[in-house]
Design a binder for this molecule. Structure first.
Ligand code: ARG
Length: 469
């Protein structure tokens, strides 16, 4: 093969007399993972070769041959004809070797003033930049679905929980918008790290820069980076850009997992709040009655892969002296798997929530139980009887105990029964005890009242529509 020496060795094999052992190759090769960087690698090589020619480091003719050869490589990739070969270790040497086979000698000048150390991290920054923007777009799609549910369910009353105990009635729209807020913050975090990431390591060489008169501003600009990185040691060894991406992704996936957990609970017979469509449920091989929320469960489980990979990468980096070490090769596997997992989970969530049917009756019924309007009663005592809140809390507690003894809810107590606890109460009290009255009353900014929820829905719809333009 053109890229091997007569002794049949690797591209870097000049000083070696023997081939690596098979196991060495197995642990060392990364082509099965980093082949995903092929397009970024070609883009980096194009920018590098153009710059070398512009600077008079290679001839214009060599650059033309290289660019034409890279076109051929790209065609092979697009047609799934590119021969990925494990003996060339990684994507960088696979492409360079193939280029040599296709165009001969000019290919041997491409690696002038470049090292795989700046090459790989240039490719990786480009890839991560694209992945961050895809992840943010996927979260925007999920937000649209959730806002759609919130719009339909602005008035739908359900129990709000603390400690998973019925606390106060809320609206389903309000509950959905809580997740819209979380995913909104996740999106800004993804965008923030894309800004910090966007500096070019290309031209840092192996670690110390190069003696060739390269133009790092030109390659940075050609690749859409804001500027070249200022320190070559930092450029080849820094991976905080991807740590930050995975940390952010881990938070976003954690939010997906919390929502998934709600779907698991809500679709159970005990809650009965939601029914997933057939397309988003699975059956049991033995129990014919089952409709299992497998996608939600898997989102819940897979969320820990992303967090785990973040921790694994942090662990790989924390003990590394400057500059490059091969430990850094594993960053790609961890990152690709994390983004793949995140995208799959977010897509599944879009499909599941977008088609789910909510059972209004069950939600309302559950909201009305468990003395969920006890706080409304206490607030009423403060307003109507000018009671200090602490005293109102105590009086309400006695009314709850009374209802509990009678085996009924607060609304089911008679006025006589109520007056046995607080003689000044009138029939007026019953106006605050319904779940609708309760949610309607919570009109403070950010509260659960349908008017506030409708405002938030309108605002999110405007924001999301503006982004689509
Ligand atoms: N495949 C390597 C990686 O992903 C490329 C850089 C190799 N550099 C080196 N000095 N061996 O990190």
């Amino acid at each position: 093969m053109a890229s091997k020496t007569e002794k049949g060795q690797q591209i870097w094999g000049g000083r070696f007399a023997a081939r690596p052992s098979d196991i060495m190759q197995a642990i060392n090769a990364s082509i099965h993972v980093d082949q995903r960087l092929a397009r970024e690698d070609i883009a980096g090589s194009r920018a590098h070769a153009d710059m070398l020619a512009e600077q008079g480091i290679i001839t214009a003719a060599d650059n033309e041959a290289i660019q034409a050869g890279l076109d051929l490589v790209l065609e092979e990739l697009n047609d799934d004809r590119f021969p990925f070969r494990v003996e060339f270790e990684d994507i960088h040497m696979n492409i360079e070797a193939r280029l040599q086979e296709l165009i001969g000698d000019p290919a041997r000048r491409l690696h002038t003033a470049r090292s795989r150390n700046d090459q790989v991290v240039t490719d990786f920054r480009l890839w991560t930049r694209g992945a961050l923007s895809e992840a943010a777009a996927q979260l925007a799609r999920l937000q649209r679905v959730l806002v759609g549910v919130a719009e339909r369910e602005t008035e739908t009353v359900m129990p709000g929980f603390t400690h998973l105990q019925t606390a106060q009635p809320v609206t389903l729209g309000h509950h959905m918008l809580a997740y819209v807020e979380m995913f909104g913050r996740d999106r800004t975090r993804l965008q923030d790290c894309a800004v910090r990431l966007n500096e070019s390591p290309l031209g840092a060489g192996a670690l110390a820069g190069t003696g060739f008169p390269i133009d790092r501003d030109a390659t940075a600009e050609a690749l859409g980076f804001d500027r070249p990185m200022a320190n070559s040691l930092d450029a080849v060894s820094a991976r905080d850009f991807v740590l930050e991406a995975l940390a952010t992704l881990s938070i976003a996936t954690t939010h997906l997992s919390r929502l998934a957990e709600e779907v698991v609970l809500w679709s159970s017979a005990q809650f009965g709040f939601v029914r997933l469509t057939d397309a988003w449920s699975t059956g049991s091989s033995i129990m014919p009655q089952k409709r299992n929320p497998d996608a939600a469960e898997l989102i819940r489980a897979k969320a820990s892969l992303v967090t785990g990979h973040y921790v694994a990468l942090q662990g790989a980096i924390k003990g590394l002296p400057l500059a490059y070490a091969k430990d850094l090769q594993d960053d790609k596997r961890l990152t690709f798997e994390s983004f793949d997992t995140f995208m799959l989970c977010a897509q599944a969530m879009v499909g599941m929530i977008g088609t789910a049917r909510f059972h209004h009756d069950r939600m309302r019924e559950a909201a009305a139980h468990g003395f969920s309007t006890a706080t409304d009663l206490a607030d009423y005592l403060v307003r109507a009887l000018d009671m200090p809140f602490r005293q109102a809390h105590h009086v309400t507690g006695r009314l709850v105990a009374l209802a509990e003894d009678a085996g009924c809810d607060l609304v089911d107590l008679t006025l006589d029964q109520m007056q046995s606890v607080e003689p000044r109460l009138t029939n007026d009290i019953f106006t605050v005890l319904s779940v609708e009255a309760s949610t309607r009353s919570r009109q403070s900014y950010g509260g659960t009242s349908p008017v506030r929820v409708a405002e938030q829905v309108a605002q999110w719809k405007r924001r999301l529509a503006m982004e689509e333009k």
